[in-house]
Design a protein around this ligand. Sequence first.
Ligand code: RM4
Ligand code: MN
Ligand code: MN
Length: 424
Amino acid sequence: MQIEQYKIDEFNQRHAQEHTRRYEFAASSLANVDDVLQRLVDFQIGIPSWALGTGGTRFGRFPGGGEPRSLEEKIEDVGLLHALNQSSGSISLHIPWDIPSDYKAIKALAAQHGLRFDAVNSNTFQDQADQSLSYKFGSMQHVDKAVRRQAVEHNIEVIRHGMELGSDALTVWLSDGSSFPGQLSFRKAFENTLESLQEVYAALPDDWKVFVEYKAFEPNFYSMTVGDWGQSLLLANKLGPKAYTLVDLGHHLPNANIEQIVSLLLMEGKLGGFHFNDSKYGDDDLTTGSIKPYQLFLIFSSLIDGMDARSMDHATSLAWMIDASHNVKDPLEDLLQSVEAIMIAYTQALLVDQQALREAQQENDVARCQEILQEAYRTDVRPVVAEARLRAGAALRPLQLFREVKVRENLVKERGRKTVATGL
Ligand code: RM4
Ligand code: MN
Ligand code: MN
């Protein structure tokens, strides 16, 4: 299915009057609205190929129908999102779930939808049917060198696929760790992991980055070998200038101060990318901004402060990606909501008067500091985000148009009710 531009324009026409009224009001209190709008148009979020179908929990899975059956259909789905919001301009692939059979054709299809390939992900947290050695007791940390070698070779193969598609980063998330005290030597596990990552690092093309993603728990519940940002940063520093830490919002222990973490990673020049999602308890992989929107805003505020301090381009210096799992919502609707929440938080963070904040900090004016942040957070920027979409040729209200043109119904008709996407 494709959404023709005239349908988007027609929809926008119908909502133009109301939008203009709301936008003019919002814009009247913004000093630099054109700059904000341009930043929003430029800001693109990577969509995870593994989250285009229904996820599930260990108790069950409730497929919704019309899920993408192939990499081509996954690209088509991201193309639909991008047509609706013009903010989902890339797709992040997971190997071996998404092995391309014809690179040229896949690249052409992505280009046709205005998409590029974001970081490619390796998978050594599952055993594949044709795999000779098991990852039951870890991959890069494994006590057996042959298992580690297999994990390294897989990562090098992932880099090769990525190179063919024009990606320029590899994300490594390891489920390695232990579930019981005494099961492994923390030091040995870390050293083995470092050695394996060094072998992968040696195979990285010059203009590539490797992102080391950390996670505090699950599937191992006593220790995770890359369990927090300290361990990831340690690895990234030892690996070299092409290695960075990747922050997944759901991978922290409860109440972790993520805005402080990103601030220090940026200070060290070692923040590489992001996996957006939201959670109440653990790695819940819920819609971004659905549970803790204020935290999301604070993270963005910290990011902007840190990026500006190093003169980093907001849109291109970090890899902005979503990592989610959809159990009760339509995956595409959920992703539209996540992108919207990210754009809102980014816009609000752009409104923070950083200069005034620094001054208030210098004077230890705690109340004023809070006022400055909350002034921005409590601004309704939705019309500004909508205006940026309008200027980019997208829909004023992506989710509403998604329903009006019956995207899901059409996908079910085309693909069937009982399709299962590879991925989570
Ligand atoms: C993990 C982690 C990784 C993702 C897998 C599927 O929890 O977040 O980023 O690749 O899930
Ligand atoms: Mn992740
Ligand atoms: Mn995760």
